[in-house]
Design a protein around this ligand. Structure first.
Ligand code: KIV
Length: 611
């Protein structure tokens, strides 16, 4: 008998125990039609209400998060009419793309740029046009499409191209962005001693001269919006910074971006740097100060907020915090920190971000770059709104504000289970009672004690029952004909069942062959794969989410709504088709286990060879 190792992936906080409920972290459904991109079947997704206001629902007191409904000030490159407004400059498509392995196609970049515009970012840094012809074309396309699409309120993002301080780069950047309604050139040169000496091999005077000449050159092309960055400002000499920044202001720079290029500074130190620049740079009152904080010490969000508190009014950020090395400040963290605490602690600072699109943008970026978000990542991690321990669950049931400072809907996350509870071995009676009520059972007293006892026994089990395990499989595919799969599954009586199927590719044929044996109609809702090791012999992990078409529903006690249960499964293997088959069988086993609360029924019919 072939053995199969299931890579069971439950809620990471359950420490190996199987959750009883499938309404774990997967019970959040991003409400946006375009998400169907990432789902093989998006029937259960609903449309997000289209809203052009900048604030959505936030918990009332005692939840801390609050926000004010304000309009975005009119765009003027070097000036913001409202001193509390913070511009969001998204560099997912430029610095984010510099993450190892995150290369995106032009079409993917265009999709992301559209999503960023939906999110309401003020500036999209669309790429580095001098880097390659492809980059130039991608930025051009984004400028021509997203950069011209003015909405009913007059909003259109600025489209920005990065350029080193030389004519060739600046010409390419201008060529790429000039057709946008609001084009910007962002030019940079390093100012720290270590960069000037070893990388540029230029003296301070030469660096100042280059910066001044190139900013003037960018303006001379007709670009009214020029950003200048002294690269590695975090490690640059202060007096030198004041001098070069003063010179580029005279040359026509409209935004001065202060990069902590190697993520070296601490929050108070970066805040002081911004404050010092604000106090000592001649002409600074005529331009916007910006932050660009890398995350090498995990401080990028804190440093960005420190910079804003000290007077910066543009933040350079990326979706999911992706970027060179350890990444950048993440848009969702910075924006939600300002939204949550801006009113109360930061003098009313606010952004123009439509936060209800955050989850969508995060999913799209993760999907296109292949850089998956860690489950415990702030704001967009799968566990960011999941509550597992009994004490927390009890608090959540009494008032959501006890353990949530943001309403999940505010970032576009809608739970299918209202309380957001993950039932596991740490859950208490209160959580179980509530979940039962949601399912239509109002149970108390001895009966509840009895169910709680049985629930704990199941929750503490490490693995669900294995109804089907993979025996062998063979798949042929290629360009010459239809893909064919032969699958051998083993049932609980150790009998073998073999089926063959053709399909549109190796996975389709393998899953169809499994369906012929298992004979339980399901819909594949999600499929994702990631490599957990490097190289050609990498181990791939696959995760699938399925929904049973029959008998997998429950009625919500309060709303009377029918809830469709979903089941996830994971598999691992060096062969990606084997890994995918394992994931599918793992999900099917959970679904079959759900049908059989008192242990698996005999789902296995007579031994068969079906084709
Ligand atoms: O990290 C950095 O210094 C940069 C600049 C080009 C802004 O990415």
């Amino acid at each position: 008998m072939a053995s199969i190792s299931f890579n069971l992936k439950f809620s990471p906080t359950t420490a190996g125990a199987a959750p009883v409920s499938t309404t774990a972290v997967m019970s959040f459904l991003p409400r946006n039609p375009s998400l169907s991109l990432f789902c093989l079947n998006s029937a259960s997704f609903h449309h997000a209400p289209e809203s052009h206001t900048f604030a959505t629902r936030i918990y009332q007191t005692p939840v801390i998060c609050s926000s004010t409904l304000r309009r975005r000030p009119e765009y003027i490159p070097s000036h913001i009419s409202d001193p509390a407004y913070v511009r969001v400059f998204d560099t997912t498509l430029r610095d984010g793309e510099q993450s190892p392995g995150a290369t995106m196609t032009s079409k993917e970049k265009l999709d992301i740029a559209r999503e960023l515009a939906k999110l309401g970012v003020d500036i999209i840094e669309a790429g580095f046009p001098a880097a390659s012809k492809d980059d130039l074309e991608a930025v051009k396309m984004i400028a021509a499409e997203v950069g011209k699409d003015v909405d009913g309120e007059g909003y259109v993002p600025v489209i920005c191209g990065l350029a080193r301080c030389n004519k060739n780069d600046i010409n390419a950047a201008w060529e790429a962005v000039k057709h946008a309604k609001r084009p910007r050139i962002h030019t940079f040169i390093a100012t720290s001693e270590i960069h000037m000496q070893y990388k540029l091999k230029k003296s301070r005077d030469e660096v100042i001269e280059t910066a001044r000449t190139m900013v003037r050159y960018a303006r001379s092309l007709g670009c009214q919006d020029v950003e200048f960055s002294p690269e590695d400002a975090g490690r640059s000499d202060r007096e030198f910074l004041y001098q070069i920044l003063g010179e580029v202001i005279v040359a026509g720079a409209t935004t001065l971006n202060i990069p902590d290029t190697v993520g070296y500074t601490l929050p108070s130190e970066f805040g002081q740097l911004i404050a010092d620049i604000k106090s000592n740079t001649p002409g600074i009152e005529n331009v916007i100060i910006s932050t660009h904080c890398q995350n090498d010490l995990g401080l990028s969000t804190a440093n960005t907020i420190g910079g804003v508190c000290a007077g910066a009014r543009q933040v350079e950020v990326t979706i999911n915090g992706i970027g060179e090395r350890a990444g950048n400040a993440s848009l969702e963290e910075v924006v939600m920190a300002l939204k949550c605490r801006g009113e109360q602690l930061l003098g009313g600072l606010y952004t123009g971000i439509r936060t209800q699109y955050i989850v969508m943008a995060s999913k799209m970026v993760a999907e296109y770059t292949g850089l998956h978000v860690q489950p415990h990542k702030a704001i967009v991690g799968a566990n960011a709104f999941a509550h597992e321990s009994g004490i927390h669950q009890d608090g959540m049931l009494k008032h959501k504000g006890t353990y949530e400072i943001i309403a999940p809907e505010d970032i576009g996350l809608f739970r299918s289970n209202e309380s957001g509870l993950v039932l596991g071995k740490l859950s208490g009676r209160h959580a179980l009672k509530t979940r039962l009520l949601e399912l239509g059972y109002d149970i108390d007293g001895k009966e509840l004690d009895n169910i709680f006892c049985r629930f704990k026994t199941v929750a503490e089990r490490k693995k669900p029952q294995v109804v089907w395990s993979l025996g062998d499989m063979q798949v042929t595919c290629g360009t010459l004909g239809l893909s064919t799969a032969t699958i051998k599954l083993i049932d609980t009586n150790k009998e073998e069942h073999i089926a063959c199927s053709v399909g549109n590719g190796p996975l389709d044929s393998a899953y169809k062959a499994i369906d012929l044996i298992v004979k339980v109609p399901v819909t594949l809702l999600e499929y994702s794969m990631s490599a957990v090791t490097e190289g050609i012999d990498a181990i791939a992990t696959t995760r699938v989410l399925i929904r049973g078409e029959e008998n997998h529903t429950a009625t919500h006690a309060l709303t009377g709504e029918t809830i469709h249960r979903t089941f996830s499964g994971t598999g691992a293997g060096m062969d990606i088709v084997v890994s995918s088959v394992r994931a599918y069988i793992s999900a099917l086993n959970k679904l079959l286990g759900f049908e059989m609360p008192s242990g698996p029924k005999n789902h296995v019919e007579e031994s068969q060879v079906s084709v």
